[in-house]
Design a protein around this ligand. Structure first.
Ligand code: FAD
Length: 302
């Protein structure tokens, strides 16, 4: 297994923020991943799993323990008609393109989501009116507390808006199986292209970011709209700024720190609270050392 000590994590997050991990491991296959988690757990050592690092704020102060990156686990199979199986580290845009080429519909929404299958399941990633839970049949999951690997059904996973029942500090998604209706590849391509074009028009593609910062507080109230109306576009804290293109995107202007980002996030929350009396909950997960004050951004009432 490839591994490194004192590994800077900024290069593995899409927002390009993150201090050093004590140890960074790249398991080459699912067995290596399972064995590694068993060992770390047996030795009572802290560990974390990341995929694409595209929904993650990693502390600039770094991460104590072992960070396990799944991006070598990329196998994709079609074991029977209408079924796609992918390992945890397979990239969602790649999977979406493979599906389209095979005439399997349902992943058109995922073409612009720069995450992996594992992160996509944990977050119930979605866009353009669909989400992972719409096509996921089962996920194979390691429960680090019991050491068991089980196949969990869609309903076992308890999907909700941008979340499921799995806890990434306990469970590791090893792979997922998708059931997808067939369609003409050209039609799937057309929908995929439409979704891609829409992103280029509405998102800050040139700047490092981690996607939507906050969840929509209600189905009919988009966080981006509320933030825009609250006047946060162009708000800045150090090298972290709110995108002028999409008010729910925080961008790294170059060298931003996690502290600057959490401070900016609090100012965004306050602006929406003052104008609409609504509390925005971050969509992103955190990893590493944060102060209580920084973490208070995640502790708004639900
Ligand atoms: C430009 C851009 C656009 C985006 N657009 C969208 C969008 O339209 N819709 C949307 O929903 N999201 C979007 N995102 C956010 C993000 O891409 C998704 O949430 C994605 O599913 C995260 O996957 P990841 O592999 O990057 O997860 P990471 O960021 O690496 O991790 C996220 C969480 O999942 C956990 N995790 C990762 N892999 C595993 C695993 N195998 N087992 C257990 N836990 C795991 C991590 O510990 C962490 O808690 C966007 C992000 C960017 C940068």
């Amino acid at each position: 297994m490839e591994e490194a000590t004192r590994a800077p994590l900024a290069r593995y997050t899409t927002i390009k923020i993150g201090g050093e991990a004590d140890r960074l491991c790249h398991p080459q296959n699912v067995d290596e991943l399972v064995t590694l988690v068993h060992e770390l757990r047996r030795n009572d050592q802290p560990w974390y799993v990341i995929g694409g690092g595209s929904n993650l704020l990693v502390s600039s102060a770094g991460v104590t323990g072992t960070v396990i990156r799944t991006t070598q686990l990329i196998a994709i199979k079609t074991p029977e008609p209408g079924i796609l199986e992918a390992e945890a580290g397979a990239r969602l845009p790649h999977l979406a393109r493979q599906a389209a080429a095979l005439g399997l519909s349902g992943l058109e929404f995922a073409v612009g989501i720069p995450g992996t299958v594992g992160g996509g399941v944990i977050m119930n990633a979605g866009a353009h009116g669909s989400q992972m839970s719409a096509i996921l049949e089962t996920a194979t999951v390691l429960d680090s507390h019991t050491g068991e690997v089980t196949v969990m059904s869609n309903s076992d996973l308890g999907f909700q808006y941008r979340r499921c029942l799995l806890d990434p500090s306990r469970h590791v998604v090893l792979s997922a199986r998708f059931k997808m209706p067939t369609d003409v590849p050209e039609e799937i391509e057309k929908r995929t292209k439409h979704n891609e074009d829409y992103r280029w028009k509405t998102q800050p593609m040139g700047w490092p970011n981690a996607g939507s910062t906050f969840k929509n507080p209600q189905p009919d109230k988009a966080a981006g709209f509320l933030l825009d109306q609250a006047g946060v576009k162009n708000l800045k804290e150090g090298q972290a700024a709110v995108s002028a293109i999409h008010a729910n995107f925080v961008i790294n202007l170059g060298g931003a720190t996690s502290h600057e980002v959490t401070t900016l996030m609090r100012r965004m929350q306050e602006s929406v609270h003052d104008k609409f009396d609504l509390d925005l909950i971050p969509e992103w997960k955190t990893m590493g050392s944060f102060t209580d004050e920084e973490l208070s951004v995640w502790r708004v009432k639900k």
